[in-house]
Design a protein around this ligand. Structure first.
Ligand code: GLY
Length: 363
């Protein structure tokens, strides 16, 4: 990969603003960037044993090269470990490392590591600095940007959490080379989501380059990742705490979450979101918000990238139950994100009957 490509995207949030750095083969520059973005002298590197084996050595070398003290903390990164027990283990490790408010937590891994390490750093001593070093495509373009941190409870996903913005997001695209194909595609679901709700030019670009992009061709990929990070940064900068605009990022998630939960979390989140987006676009057309052509273009792009688009055939009642526990439901209405056209979406409160009509799956 080309080490020369390096760009930054600013997340503008007044005193909580930060940069997302996007590059490749850029570990040696991470230490200096941490010095620039925090006043910390000690870094707690939270990672999984698997990711640690791959990347901890160059990361720690870079940090120690600029005089930062490092402590390594391993934690399993499966979604079933994303709970308060793991966070409690992190607190123990922070205490053992004598972490104080000037210590920075560095999350090296995918979304699960970022969410847990972020939540632990948001709550330990009422908040200590935090750096995201995402190693999956989904975490790069979505989970690492915007400050959402948290864990699952037995009753549902992400039910406990906090907004805690990182001081820095550091993306090394080289890490994607070791990512399983299914996880690469899961990241592309969120990339396509960003384009379809926000930027029709980027969507058109994806239509042209998707086959090279999913093959991780460096030049194509770095431009796509940068634009996707820019969109996320723009949305978050305008609505940090999800009072309105940020809800657009939930496009495809109402049904996507239902599929995830009905499938006992065996399907990847991004794949469920892909199916959920096609369904949301189809409902948008049926309710008169979007054209059939827009639905076709979205489905076509997702399918060409290799993502699924067909709804699993669970009974309608099961989908309704699954939506009932969706935390985005407000009273008897569901805040459903509809597509208006390629590059534009809006949130509308819909009754469950409008989201899942009687005719559901009767085709
Ligand atoms: N992943 C959606 C958000 O950050 O709001």
């Amino acid at each position: 990969m080309n080490t020369a490509v390096h760009s930054r995207v600013r997340v503008s949030l007044a005193s909580r603003s930060y940069d997302v750095h996007i590059g490749s083969g850029n570990w040696e520059k991470l230490g200096p960037a941490i010095i620039e973005s925090t006043r910390s002298e000690k870094v707690l590197v939270v990672t999984s044993p698997e990711i640690g084996r791959l990347y901890r050595r160059p990361v720690v070398k870079s940090l120690q090269g600029v005089g930062l003290k490092c402590k390594r903390i391993d934690i399993p990164d499966r979604d079933r470990n994303k709970n308060l027990r793991s966070v409690s283990r992190l607190y123990d490790a922070f205490l053992e490392a004598e972490a104080d408010r000037s210590t920075v937590v560095l999350a090296l891994g995918g979304g699960v590591i970022g969410d847990m390490a972020g939540f632990a750093s948001a709550t330990y001593l009422r908040g200590i600095p935090f750096i995201q070093v995402p190693t999956t495509l989904l975490a790069m373009v979505d989970a690492s940007i915007g400050g959402k941190t948290g864990v699952n409870l037995r009753q549902g996903k992400n039910l406990v959490g906090s907004f805690h913005q990182p001081n820095l997001v550091w993306i090394n695209l080289e890490t994607l080379q070791s990512l399983p194909r299914a996880q690469v595609l899961a990241g592309f679901a969120e990339i396509i989501k960003h384009a379809v709700i926000w930027d029709r030019t980027h969507f058109r670009e994806l239509e042209k380059t998707i086959l090279n992009a999913v093959d991780l061709e460096p030049k194509v990929l770095s431009g796509i990742v940068r634009r996707s990070c820019e969109i996320k940064a723009e949305v978050v900068s305008k609505d940090e705490n999800e009072q309105g605009l940020r809800m657009l990022l939930n496009f495809g998630h109402t049904i996507g979450h239902a599929i995830e939960s009905l499938g006992k979390y065996k399907l990847l989140h991004g794949h469920c979101v892909a199916i959920g987006m096609v369904y949301a676009a189809e409902r948008s057309a049926a309710l008169g918000y979007a054209s059939a052509k827009a639905v076709h273009r979205l489905r076509d792009l997702l399918e060409r990238s290799g993502l699924p688009s067909e709804l699993p055939r669970y009974p309608r009642r099961s989908y309704l139950d699954a939506i009932g526990v969706d935390k985005k439901r407000r009273g008897s209405k569901i805040n459903f994100v509809v597509l208006e056209r390629i590059g534009k979406a809006k949130t509308v409160p819909l009754s469950p009957m409008k989201v899942l009509p009687q005719s559901f799956l009767k085709r």
